[in-house]
Design a protein around this ligand. Structure first.
Ligand SMILES: [Zn+2]
Length: 154
């Protein structure tokens, strides 16, 4: 009887289709990550608002504002775990700045220097000609183009 009761509750929860919280849980399960409370909270902040580019610090601030009790170290670890399983794509802008992109499809970026903001470039607008040959035993894994932009001066 007890088991049956639990199953009933679980079935009711899965009825909420399209609920971001539920979607994040399935997303984590699909990639083999245990849906811990912290992963769920951070995943919800990351994935519930469409395509986004966030640094660990930006996500940490959002988590604080949303009253999610989490350390910056946990935010870093979670972002890297999400990246390893393919939920996020890492885009390095320069030595000190790494953005995590919720859009993992092939695309390139504008980096708005004054605003520290990363913006998608439609894929068709970038063609990379004359790629170098990868050294023996290696192949090109991915090409990231970051085009740095700044406001024009009048
Ligand atoms: Zn992007």
């Amino acid at each position: 009887m007890g088991v049956e009761g639990t199953r009933q509750t679980a079935a009711r929860v899965t009825d909420f289709t399209g609920c971001p919280w539920h979607d994040v849980k399935s997303m984590l399960r699909d990639v083999g990550l245990r849906p811990t409370r912290q992963r769920m909270s951070l995943g919800w902040l990351l994935f519930a608002k469409g395509d986004r580019h966030l640094t660990a610090e930006m996500l940490y601030e959002e988590a604080n504002n949303a009253k999610v009790p989490v350390s910056l170290a946990t935010v870093y670890n979670t972002l890297h775990q999400f990246t390893e399983v393919g939920l996020l794509r890492q885009v390095a802008v320069d030595g000190s700045k790494t953005y995590f992109d919720t859009n993992v499809s092939d695309h390139h970026h504008f980096y708005v220097e004054d605003a520290n903001e990363l913006v998608d470039i439609p894929h068709a607008e970038v063609t990379v000609d004359k790629l170098p040959h990868a050294p023996d035993g290696y192949e090109i894994a991915r090409i990231d183009v970051v085009v740095r932009i700044k406001p024009t001066r009048d």
